[in-house]
Design a protein around this ligand. Structure first.
Ligand code: ATP
Ligand code: MG
Length: 568
């Protein structure tokens, strides 16, 4: 092998199939050597993790090959669209770490050009107004193996079609009364060629164009042409559009020439276990109050994941790991969680919080003494330094970390047993106080003053180390513990039951009376990432306030994905 062949071979291996196509087109000098992609969200909902896969492709490939990527709002249906969604989409793309500069476009910007093209196609006998209802039209579609039937209105004259189409847009007819259809081939083996609908009447005002238009283009009549108007060279989308590609090309050919023609390429969607990706279903969850909103931390939306404490880097790493292919797949949420843990382990600030506290009184510790112990902020990154944490006679530990009658291998606190308090002293349990119901109210201990962290006595071996917070210094907090939103692995595949019946009733557990160390309280700003020692990763909720702290559990510490992989 020559050096050049070798180089080309390694390059081939490191490129995914879309990148390979783009690389080949650039090499062949197509479109004057330009690369321009676009991300085309419809502003009818918030972006979810599936969109992140498309964003990473569209923006990522432009970055990689020195091209540009447009953000185009595919706003062709005013009934479902809203500026709230436009704003959230912008925010989420920026959060992921991508930028479209001044290339923000709207399909609605092209309504005049699309309308002109429609007029031209009518004049050329390539489009006609159909007076049938959508049900009648659907009935005539035929099946993949049987040809469809031609509409009785198919052979109207261009003059009549022009007149009717203009009157449709003037608002003379009711919604659903008439549509404009492309006159292609009712017997085509590709169902999308059987006289597809180009325009429909909608009388709801549009969030950008108001009531200027009464006819709105369908996706298939808007998308390819919008790509063309913007100079998009590679229109990368998901596999369900593969069957639309011939139609995409059919309409684009009405505009393009040899010097420039956009090209559609399809890759497989991201589907995630234990959730749904359909915007329609997500909207239903929001509207029916089954979740707290689009940014509910249980939602697969980017805003939900942000609120939950997922980082953009972990999402991008996850998308990278699952890759781009031509085969539909169901991706394990375990792999996403693995990516989240990997990133949080590197960046989260360590702190102590006791979720289910029980008080420990250290009887041989002076009553009003307070010591300060040093806690490392992140053992993965010594540059993060340390912070101080108060220690005093009364502390809180987790109720679960004490057992009166422990089994053999219980290495936490038990009567007469010793444990280390992380960063502080070794303590020994000497007794407990119970209430009338027999529940433990307080645990009594003595401490060994020679065992403070850093002293020679601290080398003494004890089996367990517990996290704790000083009781008089602890700050109260509320914690939201999230679990999977759905009980079944693939809710979309359950056709027998309504998807709402598959919701996990225990997807949110609210825990009040959590005790956190002062450092956590002082630094509880949205966007901060913490590891509560021995518990998991947490982030302050958007609604958290200094006088009423709320933390969301991003994810527990344990990684089930690694176990899953070892087993298989
Ligand atoms: P709908 O069209 O039903 O409203 P959608 O999820 O396709 O929903 P769009 O706003 O049209 O939403 O999507 C914008 C882009 O994101 C499209 O190019 C689409 O292919 C891509 N996309 C949407 N869902 C996924 C997914 N699960 N995985 C990868 N890409 C996706
Ligand atoms: Mg879509």
């Amino acid at each position: 092998m020559t050096q050049q062949m070798e180089n080309e071979a390694t390059e081939k291996k490191s490129l995914n199939f879309v990148e390979q196509i783009v690389a080949d087109d650039l090499k062949a000098g197509k479109n004057g050597g330009r690369l321009n992609t676009r991300f085309p969200p419809e502003p009818n909902g918030y972006l979810h993790i599936g969109h992140a896969k498309a964003i990473c492709m569209d923006f990522g490939i432009a970055e990689k090959f020195g091209g540009t990527c447009n953000l185009r709002f595919d706003d062709t249906n005013p009934v479902k669209e809203d500026v709230e969604y436009v704003d959230s989409i912008r925010e989420d793309i920026h959060w992921l770490g991508f930028d479209w500069g001044d290339r923000e476009y709207y399909a609605s910007d092209y309504f005049p050009k699309l309308y002109d093209l429609a007029l031209r196609l009518i004049k050329e006998g390539k489009a006609y107004v159909d007076d049938q209802t959508s049900e009648e039209i659907a009935k005539q579609k035929g099946t993949p193996t049987e040809p469809g039937q031609e509409s009785p209105y198919r052979n109207r004259t261009p003059e009549e079609n022009l007149d009717l189409f203009e009157r449709m847009n003037a608002g003379e007819f009711e919604e659903g009364a008439r549509v404009l259809r492309a006159k292609i081939d009712m017997a085509s083996p590709n169902m999308h060629f059987r006289d597809p609908i180009m325009y429909r009447i909608i009388k709801t005002p549009h969030h950008r164009t108001g009531d200027k238009w009464k006819v709105y283009p369908m996706y298939d009549f808007a998308h390819g042409q919008s790509d063309f108007f913007e100079g998009v060279t590679h229109s990368i989308c998901t596999l369900e559009f593969e069957v639309h590609r011939p139609l995409y090309e059919y309409f684009v050919k009405e505009l393009a020439d040899e010097s420039y023609c956009p090209r559609q390429i399809e890759f497989n969607r991201l589907n995630l276990t234990y959730t749904v990706m359909s915007k329609r279903k997500l909207l239903q969850l929001v509207k029916e109050g089954l979740v707290a909103g689009w940014d509910d931390p249980r939602m697969p939306t980017l805003s939900g994941m942000r609120r939950r404490g997922f980082t953009p880097r972990s999402i991008r790493n996850f998308v990278d790991k699952i890759g781009y292919t031509k085969y539909e797949a169901l991706n394990s949420v375990g792999l996403l969680e693995h990516a989240v843990r990997e990133d949080l382990n590197a960046i989260a600030t360590r702190g102590m919080a006791v979720i289910n506290p029980v008080k420990v009184v250290i009887t041989n510790y002076p009553e009003d003494k307070v010591e300060v112990v040093e806690m490392e902020n992140n053992p993965e990154n010594p540059q993060e330094g340390s912070h101080e944490m108060p220690f005093s006679r009364e502390i809180y530990i987790e109720r679960d970390d004490f057992m009166e009658n422990p089994p053999k291998k219980f290495f936490r606190l038990a009567p007469e047993g010793e444990v280390r308090l992380k960063g502080a002293y070794i303590i020994k349990c000497t007794g407990v106080k119970k209430n009338d119901k027999g529940e433990i109210e307080e645990i009594y201990c003595t401490y060994d003053p020679e065992t403070k962290s850093g002293m020679p006595g601290s080398m003494r071996k004890v089996k367990g180390t517990l996290h704790w917070v000083s009781a008089p210094h602890a700050v109260d907090a509320k914690v939201n513990i999230y679990d999977r939103l759905f009980n079944v692995e693939n809710p979309a595949a359950e056709t027998e039951r309504d998807f709402r019946e598959l919701l996990n009733p225990d997807s949110l557990k609210v825990v009040e009376g959590v005790k956190v160390e002062p450092f956590l309280a002082e630094n509880a700003v949205p966007g901060a990432h913490f590891q509560f020692q021995r518990i998991g990763y947490f982030t302050p909720d958007l609604d958290s306030r200094p006088d009423s702290l709320i933390f969301n559990r991003t994810i527990a510490l344990k990684d089930s994905w690694e176990k899953e992989q070892k087993k298989s």
